[in-house]
Design a protein around this ligand. Structure first.
Ligand code: 7TS
Length: 374
């Protein structure tokens, strides 16, 4: 599998939670599009433009099938961050409304909600790094309009119980918003009862600059940006808008990005997913002075850890000297760091191209870091 990823020669890449590497299939699909089909979409009457439009709309259909829905529910955005901003600004939240989040959210699923008039509440984290669902039952009330949760924490690796949270939200008439930025890479997602779901192409072998907002029902959401392509009729004074998904796609979209994302989905459907979560957990935990910041069970291969007496930035820098790529810092989850009373962690995240040998390389690397600080 590593052979499909040209960039992976000579490095141990363990930062897929930040962005994944791209297989040659995706790189070729983007290049092929620019070589053979590039034109603007939805406007040209000539063959090339129709070809581009077809490829773009085919990509939407591929994404829809991937999460078990139909194309009219799929909005193309720049990524998870834009998808969540779109929701926060279009849902028409009012003073007195409540939004229930969790204590483990990425800033992308927190800061946009802070900009609304609604009041934010947070489902607490338990000592085992899972959400306190008993507390969630109390927090989600008739005032709750939105329950917005990450499916998998990009810091802890915790897999959240979306089914239960969806039931709790719906029992009070609230909508559930799922941040699937991490889970899209690791779990099969069937949107079923979910109201809104956001993810990024670049975290699942696709290109940067393309993402998805799934919506079960967009009819109550007003457009988020205005201009070409999203309108039905325009006069000097006023305008009417297209239906979803087009009312949310103002301007020339990232056509090549959508095509690259569809190629990534096609690639992932035939790729094998190696299961190294337990192996990695066991190996990392066997290192003296290393503390895993995350759960033992129901977790993804995203491992945050601290090393006794060594700053995460030093860990990442020394590992980098051995061609091991990990991330260090707060991982865009400052409130979570504060809650856990730590400044940051080192994070190693694994994906389909990683092997048990990569885990061993990391473990050896960490031991070398410890040698330096002895
Ligand atoms: N939500 C979660 C859970 C994430 O992990 C990320 C990105 C985002 C939202 C935002 O995604 P974007 O594609 O719009 O940037 N997470 C990370 C990370 O952990 N390190 O770099 C980016």
């Amino acid at each position: 599998m590593k052979g499909d990823f040209p960039i992976l020669k000579g490095i141990t890449y363990l930062d897929s939670a930040a962005t994944t590497q791209k297989p040659i299939h995706v790189i070729d699909a983007i290049s092929h599009y620019y070589k053979t089909s590039n034109a603007n979409v939805h406007r040209g009457l000539y063959t090339l433009s129709q070809k581009a439009t077809l490829a773009f709309e085919d990509a939407r259909a591929t994404v829809a099938t991937f999460i078990n829905t139909t194309p009219e529910h799929i909005v193309f955005t720049k990524g998870t961050t834009e998808s969540l901003n779109l929701l926060a600004s279009s849902l028409n939240l009012q003073e007195g409304d409540e939004i229930v989040l969790t204590e483990m959210e990425h800033h992308a699923n927190l800061v946009p909600w802070q900009q609304t008039k609604a009041t934010l509440k947070f489902i607490p984290l338990k000592d085992d790094y899972h959400l306190d669902l008993e507390a969630a039952k109390e927090l989600i009330t008739d005032k709750t309009k939105i329950v917005a949760v990450t499916h998998i924490s990009n810091v802890l690796g915790t897999i959240n119980d979306i089914e239960t949270l969806t039931q709790l939200a719906h029992s009070k008439g609230a909508k559930i918003v799922v941040d699937a930025a991490q889970s899209i890479a690791h779990l099969t997602i069937d949107i079923k009862d979910i109201d809104f779901l956001a993810f990024s192409g670049h975290k699942m072998c696709g290109p940067t600059g393309i993402g998805i907002l799934y919506g079960k029902d967009f009819s109550n959401l007003k457009p988020y940006q205005f201009g070409g392509d999203m309108i039905k009729e325009v006069t000097y004074e006023t305008s009417t808008f297209q239906e979803a998904p087009y009312k949310f796609e103002a301007g020339t979209p990232n056509i090549a990005g959508a095509i690259g994302l569809a190629a990534a989905i096609t690639y992932l459907e035939t790729a094998t997913h190696p299961h190294i979560t337990e192996y990695a957990l066991e190996k990392l935990q066997s290192i003296e002075g290393l503390k895993i910041i995350g759960p033992q069970i129901n977790r993804a291969p995203v491992f945050s850890f601290t090393l006794e007496g060594i700053h995460p930035h030093d860990v990442a820098e020394i590992l980098s000297k051995h061609n091991i790529c990990v991330r260090a810092g707060h991982h865009c989850a400052m409130p979570l760091m504060k809650k856990l009373n730590i400044h940051g962690t080192t994070r190693a995240s694994f994906y389909i191209y990683n092997t048990k040998e990569d885990v061993d390389t990391l473990v050896e690397g960490i031991k070398k870091v410890q040698e330096v600080f002895k």
